[in-house]
Design a protein around this ligand. Sequence first.
Ligand code: FAD
Length: 553
Amino acid sequence: MSGFSARNRQMMFEQLTEKKLDIIVIGGGITGAGIALDASARGLNIALFEMQDFASGTSSRSTKLIHGGLRYLKQLEVKVVAEVGRERAIVYENGPHVTTPEWMLLPLYKAGTFGKWSTTIGLFVYDFLAKVKKHERKKMLTKEQTLALEPLLKSDHLIGGGYYVEYKTDDARLTIEVIKKAVEKSAIALNYAKVIELLYEQGKVVGVKVEDSLTDKQYCIYAKKVINATGPWVDDIRELDQSKRGKTLRLTKGVHLVFDQSRFPLKQAIYFDAPDGRRMCFAIPRGNKTYFGTTDTNYDGDKIHPKMTKEDEHYLLNAVNYIFPSLKLSTDDIESSYAGLRPLIHQEGKNPSELSRKDEVFISASGLISIAGGKLTGYRKMAEDVVNQTLAIMRKENIPVDVVDVNTKLIPISGGDIGGSDKFEQHVQAAVHYGVNIGINKHVVESLARKYGTNYVKLLKYVDSIKGWLSAYQIDIESALMLKYGIEEEMVATVEDFLLRRTGYMLFDIEKAKQLKYSVAYILAEQLDWSEDQKQRQLDEFNKRIEDVKAIS
Ligand code: FAD
């Protein structure tokens, strides 16, 4: 794939105005990304529009787990556990560079929500329903074994632990890899492209008016079907369509805190009951950091920049200090935070943590197809179901479409064509060998091969073109290669796109993000022809976002 670059935006928009597409997808989070991949893999002509950067919404603000949903077992949602469990394995096999197995420890306390027997049975059922691989099946641990794995845990009333596997991901990178694969299959995907109007003919939706927020230009683009995959904004698009009635969305906010390992030296990922018993919390080590969450509270504020409140911070610090009492973490120890919105389906009389996480499709009288709810983990299956429904409607309405039979279970996402997860370490070793032979530092190649899978070769192709940047812009070779690749092949258009969603630095290495901001702004200005003014606005915007990641609203 080439040309998935902000430089080609104008051309991409113009190309889209020239023909009637099969499907337009509104929303570039994981839901829209999955639909774009499924539809383009079936040979459909599709376009995806995202009003911010790809994955700027909930899809970069999750707990970052591809999980089998043990908590749904607690709510007796057996079918959901079975389905997400199976999907989890598929997501891993198709993208082992963005998904890594992570053993999770569930500490058991006397009089806690999870008893020893109920957990043994629960995890056994979970292994069975989720078809967990033999070497990843649960283990039950004694108190001593539990504390040996994580000495920071509260030991009072501890009676043992359950030990089982989940998968850790980078949600924003998972989304971009899915979109890149869709683009490879012929989809056109644009960020900073806001759908501001739906276009109708005889009461039926036949297209969208899109505004390019980087140039303020507007385009009318037509398609046989329009799919609304805008997560927390689903009801806003239904309002544009005047079809917001019946079931509606309820947004709940989830906050995570990030700590440096020097203050929160967690060795082992932990899943535990919050002290109020209302919800479960995760504490997860990630490189030199530990992140911890989450809250679940009703939300009706700013959807673009949700933030932590004082109450959220208090709730999370209370929970973390309850389970890891020796740490005595305080506000000063929080290095950054992030908040995401769950687009859940409203159910009368239920509190946030009781609401179902299942997805739901609404089809309006105009033919607009809206999809809401669901999880990162189930994105592939959800996309398959939505495209199946869309095709069924098209056939019923005698709308001609040419499709090929494909199974996205077997389609690796961009960079994931490694030959299966068990070949991943072999892939990394081969990459190191290749990189060292062409004179690249072993650690740099290893890191790139882990993050970008087989696309590491494409990054290395840019070595000569970024050599001058290293001294001119004071940037390290790994970041320079990622930035060049981001500009040429991942639609990076702002400083934040790169430092937050393509690299994760703003969340998990905030000092590096701050250190790189000028280098990135200067390089982007040179590469994308920004004026001095544009460069300064980008830096101001970035500084505001840096404040957001710690700010209290
Ligand atoms: P989004 O990612 O929000 O994408 C919708 C996109 O639509 C946005 O980017 C928005 O900018 C765009 N948009 C809106 N209006 C327009 C318009 N007019 N024109 C163009 N674009 C528009 N799931 C898991 O599987 N594992 C987890 O560990 C997990 N943890 C979570 C933790 C928290 C705190 C939260 C909140 C959710 C978590 N989830 C998890 C759920 C999961 O993250 C979400 O279900 C998923 O990311 C939703 O994706 P989406 O694409 O539907 O929405």
